[in-house]
Design a protein around this ligand. Structure first.
Ligand SMILES: Cc1ncc(COP(=O)(O)O)c(C=O)c1O
Length: 362
């Protein structure tokens, strides 16, 4: 029987297996203080992206929750694209803020700076742009709007590990940048995430995040400590960090394969609306838009090709049900299809995916 071509799958070999086994055998599986492999990962990741600091946590959701916690957004508004994974939005609500949904630019699916600017009110405190699919947002425009209106910005780089903007790595574009190392992400761990930190407040923010990720523990001396905030149990474990260190060594190689795949999709898929090719993108996702989506998805699965629908817009989820009108995001949400994209795809897989996609486009 023909095997399903998966939408995502982590790529690993004996290096990750050896590193994980070693971490298991050490019996030091985790430490809230973030020593051992976690510390090594943080040092290596901040060097890779070129950020001032890095704090590792146990998911991208935790990274967003803690980074926004630093801002004190209680009863304030935070601008966020509705076209994103729900954690971007939840992290505002976890911290007592109100998400204000913003539309996206159809060519990039990143937050629309004009709509963002139009939605600024006296209650707006911050913006969370998402580098959708790994394609960097228009950071220069976003930064200018934020400066002009005295707004803070934290970026959601869950898709953008290894992506670049203005000759710099994503991870340096804001005071705090949030990454996910979920198993389907470009840098995969069993569970992981991180916040990279930049600028003059780096030490203060790092210390605060270190405490927040470990239940608010602070001023620790041996077994004595104080609790200075309502922290969380969000620290990264040693097995994930050991795997992450090996994944980090391969991130450029894996991202180059992702780019080659995206280049083929972009030039050979006949859809009119499809993700552009951009050398700065990390290609966590590759999207196209189809009119006959339900039938298209059915046909792809009948041909053993797994596809995704990233994302149903947040403001139409039952929990958020908002009156926001976001015509572009809503239309995209009904038409978007994401194609298999990971470094284990073979040329035969790609030939078959492209041929099959083209045969079912209307
Ligand atoms: C855009 C975006 N933000 C945040 C997250 C949350 O990351 P995690 O699953 O590691 O909590 C994800 C994960 O899918 C994501 O795609």
């Amino acid at each position: 029987m023909k095997k399903l071509i998966k939408l995502f799958t982590p790529k690993f070999d004996s290096k990750e297996i050896t590193a994980a086994t070693k971490a298991l055998k050490s019996s030091q599986w985790a430490s809230g203080a973030g020593t051992g492999k976690v510390l090594e990962f943080e040092k290596k990741f901040k060097k890779y992206v070129g950020s001032d600091e890095c704090v590792a946590v146990n998911s991208g959701t935790a990274a967003l929750h803690l980074a926004i916690n630093i801002l004190n957004i209680k009863d304030k508004e935070v601008l966020v694209p509705a076209l994103t994974f729900i954690s971007t939005v939840h992290s505002i609500v976890y911290n007592g803020g109100k998400p204000i949904f913003v539309d996206v630019i159809p060519e990039t699916m990143c937050i629309d700076p004009s709509d963002m600017e139009a939605k600024i009110s006296s209650k707006t405190k911050a913006v969370i742009p998402v580098h959708f699919g790994g394609l960097p947002c228009d950071m220069n425009r976003i930064r200018n709007i934020c400066r002009k209106n005295n707004l803070y910005f934290i970026t959601d780089a869950a898709h953008a590990c290894g992506a670049q903007y203005s000759n710099k790595k994503i991870g340096t574009e804001a005071e705090m940048v949030c990454f996910s190392y979920h198993p389907v992400k470009n840098l995969a761990m069993p569970k992981g995430g991180a916040i990279t930190i930049n600028g003059k407040n780096k030490r203060k923010i790092k210390n605060k995040l270190n405490s927040l990720r470990w239940c608010g523990i602070d001023n620790r001396k041996n077994s004595f400590y104080d609790i200075t905030s309502l922290g969380y149990n969000y620290y990264m474990d040693e097995i994930s960090a050991a795997i992450g260190i090996e994944q980090l060594k391969k991130i450029n190689m894996h991202n180059n394969i992702r780019k080659k795949i995206a280049k083929r999709y972009n030039s050979e898929i006949d859809a009119i609306e499809k993700m552009p090719f951009n050398n700065n993108c990390s290609y966590h996702l590759y999207w196209l838009r189809v009119k006959n989506r339900n039938q298209f998805i059915k046909n792809m699965f009948l041909n053993k090709i797994e596809v995704g629908t990233h994302y149903k817009v947040a403001h139409m989820m039952s929990y958020y049900k908002s009156k926001a009108k976001l015509p572009i995001s809503e239309k995209i949400s009904n038409e978007i299809v994401t194609l298999p994209l990971h470094p284990s795809l073979t040329n035969d897989n790609l030939d078959f995916i492209i041929k099959t996609v083209n045969s079912f486009l209307e």
